[in-house]
Design a protein. Structure first.
Length: 181
């Protein structure tokens, strides 16, 4: 014989069968559901708060005023600048470096000095054996003025997105080198 308070049981009402649940099961389901609902209401905003910054687009594309246009010559010159970055919850103002120069047509371009071998920093005309080239002191990679790799590195120096406005050179994101094929 079944116990009404503890177990589900099947009853027959005029040929129709239905399952009945005990009071304890009813309370368990109801309280469980209510607890889950309330916990969800508290936890979901916390999860959103924690994860949301990761879903935001990284702050990119901003341009920074770096140098006076009139000061740029055909000789690559190093400039440093700070750029505000927001990555998830983390905000920072790292320092960047760029070699800015004019090409033979007078067009201004900027290269990143990060060596494309293993990430050391290259210098312009920094080794007498490689005049008028970028040279990396770590393993000897060297590059032309346009950033084309001549040894060791597998790719050219990267370039900065550039904008000239009101006599100033603005630099943006680091992009692939468009000057060398
Ligand atoms: S990191 Fe520049 S040559 Fe290796």
């Amino acid at each position: 014989m079944s116990n009404h308070n503890e177990h589900e049981e099947t009853t027959n009402h005029g040929g129709l069968t239905r399952k009945e649940i005990s009071r304890r099961q009813f309370l368990t389901y109801t309280l469980g559901g209510a607890t889950a609902f309330m916990a969800g209401g508290a936890v979901i905003p916390m999860i959103r708060f924690a994860v949301d910054p990761l879903l935001q687009k990284k702050d990119t594309g901003a341009f920074v005023k770096v140098a006076e246009e009139s000061k740029i010559t055909e000789e690559p010159t190093e400039f440093t600048f700070q750029k505000h970055q927001v990555d998830g919850w983390y905000e920072s103002d790292p320092t960047f470096s760029a070699y800015i120069a004019r090409d033979s047509k007078g067009e201004i371009f900027a290269l990143s000095p990060i060596c494309q071998h293993l990430g050391c920093t290259v210098g312009w005309n920094s080794d007498k054996k490689f005049p008028n080239e970028y040279h990396c002191p770590c393993h000897g990679a060297h590059y032309t003025k346009d950033g084309k790799q001549l040894a060791v590195a597998r790719g050219p120096l990267k370039q900065y997105d550039i904008r000239i406005e009101n006599g100033w050179v603005y630099l943006g994101d680091i992009i692939e080198n468009t000057r060398v094929k």
